[in-house]
Design a protein around this ligand. Structure first.
Ligand SMILES: CC(C)(COP(=O)(O)OP(=O)(O)OC[C@H]1O[C@@H](n2cnc3c(N)ncnc32)[C@H](O)[C@@H]1OP(=O)(O)O)[C@@H](O)C(=O)NCCC(=O)NCCS
Length: 196
């Protein structure tokens, strides 16, 4: 499964992506809001090997991790993921980008691409995400992609060991298929970007 957008290709990871994936997954500043890392080379290798074929060929498939590849340079600059619930009608979204590639609208483009996959190809009825209330960049990206803030979850996130407090607050965001479809129609009609 893959999806092309204006500047990106969302595709399955391959073990050959090691150098590009390790560049961001070993970088503390990039992964400090994530549940993993900074990775050792072995951890990045294990991650890539687990994708293919262990998760890809699982039946039913529950985890979709896509490499974000720039179409101009061919480099993998990050990843977006969907982890499905047991009914396979809702998924939690994940996103990470090499920090040298941030601020260029790439994640907004990749997230719109993965939402299209979620609703058009996988037939989900809902996609949601949770994030640190301090993570303004991903909040902005999600709102640009039409996700709605559903609420604030107190002390839900487990902080990294070096943090002052052991837990942090998270926002829950979500988008329903019908909202996503309405946004697509709106974009077609007005030819402009939609927001929440
Ligand atoms: C969050 C992340 C995915 C954003 O990727 P990106 O490609 O830079 O995102 P985009 O360029 O598409 O959009 C970023 C938006 O956030 C805004 N933004 C960036 N930093 C911001 C900040 N500190 N405060 C407020 N807004 C901010 C940008 O201005 C832009 O909005 P705009 O288009 O209205 O100007 C990337 O920074 C990242 O991977 N961070 C580390 C991992 C992470 O936090 N993942 C999410 C875990 S829940």
């Amino acid at each position: 499964m893959e999806k092309e957008t204006a500047r990106l290709l969302l595709r399955e990871f391959s073990p050959d992506d090691f150098e590009d994936v390790h560049a961001y997954s070993s970088d503390y500043e990039t992964v400090k809001h994530m549940m993993f890392g900074p990775n050792t080379p072995e951890q990045t290798r294990d991650y890539l090997e687990k994708q293919c074929p262990e998760e890809r060929d699982a039946s039913p498939r529950m985890h979709y991790n896509f490499a974000i590849q720039r179409r101009d340079t061919g480099r993998v600059i990050g990843g977006v993921s969907l982890h499905l619930n047991w009914r396979r009608d809702d998924a939690v979204l994940g996103a990470v980008l090499n920090r040298h590639e941030t601020g260029k609208g790439f994640m907004t483009e990749a997230m719109r691409g993965i939402l299209a996959l979620a609703f058009e190809e996988l037939g989900l009825h809902r996609v949601h995400a949770v994030c640190d209330v301090e993570n303004s960049a991903i909040i902005r990206v999600m709102e640009k992609c039409g996700l709605w803030r559903e609420g604030r979850m107190l002390r839900r996130g487990k902080a990294r060991p070096e943090a002052k407090e052991p837990y942090f607050d998270q926002f829950g965001y979500a988008i329903l298929k019908e909202k996503w479809q309405a946004n697509q129609e709106e974009t077609k009609r007005g030819g402009k970007e939609y927001e929440a």
